[in-house]
Write a protein of this length. Structure first.
Length: 192
C-alpha cells in the first residue's frame, strides 16, 4: 500500500499515512490532496484548496508585474548648428528624462559638409555631458553611426528610486497646500 507524508491545511504535520486515508481526509474537509514533493521518500502531499492556491499565486505574479519598472531609452536629436535657446530646451528635456530615471540617447545629426567636422559634434556632446553630470553618467562615448553621432547617458538613480522620490515630493506638496488653506469657522457672521 503506497504511503505519503501528509501536511494539513494549516501546515501542521499529520505524519505518514496511506493514500486512501489521505484522500478520505481531503474529502471530509472538502479540500484537495496536492502532491508537493513527489521525489522525496515517501512523497509529500498537502491538504489545500487548490483553486484558492492558484488564484493567490496569480495575484502575487500580477502584483510583482505592477511594481516592476522598466527603464526606457529616450531619444533627443540635435543639429550641429543648434541655437543656444534650442540647446537649452533640449538640455531641459534630457534633464527631465534623467530625473525620471530613463536613459537618454543623444544624437547629433550631420548635414552636408558638416560630416567632415566630427570634432564639433564631440565638443557639443561633451559640453552636454558636463552640464547633466549631476543627474547622469555617460554610458557610451560619442561614436559615429553614418550621418549621426550617438552618445548614451544613463541616470544616476534607477527608475524605482526616481518614481518613489517623485511620489514623496508630490505628497509633501499636497500636505503643504492643505496646511496653507485657512480653516473655515463654524459660525459665520450673518449678513443683514
Amino acid at each position: 500500500m503506497p504511503e505519503v507524508r501528509l501536511v494539513g491545511a494549516q501546515g501542521e504535520q499529520i505524519g505518514v499515512v496511506k493514500i486512501e486515508d489521505a484522500l478520505r481526509m481531503a474529502q471530509e474537509q472538502d479540500l484537495d490532496l496536492v502532491e508537493v514533493a513527489p521525489t522525496s521518500k515517501p512523497p509529500v502531499a498537502k491538504l489545500m484548496d487548490f483553486g484558492k492556491f492558484k488564484y493567490e499565486a496569480a495575484q502575487k505574479v500580477r502584483e510583482a508585474r505592477k511594481n516592476q519598472v522598466n527603464t526606457i531609452l529616450k531619444t533627443v536629436r540635435f543639429g550641429l548648428k543648434i541655437d543656444d535657446h534650442d540647446y537649452g530646451t533640449k538640455r531641459g528635456q534630457i534633464t527631465k528624462f534623467l530625473k525620471a530615471g530613463d536613459k537618454v540617447k543623444v544624437i547629433v545629426v550631420f548635414r552636408g559638409r558638416e560630416q567632415s567636422r566630427p570634432e564639433m559634434g564631440i565638443k557639443l556632446l561633451q559640453k552636454l555631458a558636463e552640464e547633466v553630470a549631476e543627474l547622469g553618467v555617460v554610458e557610451s562615448n560619442p561614436s559615429i553611426d553614418g550621418r549621426n553621432m550617438v552618445m548614451v547617458i544613463g541616470p544616476l538613480k534607477n527608475k524605482a528610486d526616481a518614481k518613489a522620490e517623485a511620489k514623496k515630493a508630490a505628497d509633501k506638496a499636497k500636505r503643504a497646500e492643505s496646511a496653507e488653506q485657512p480653516k473655515e469657522s463654524a459660525a459665520e457672521p450673518a449678513a443683514e
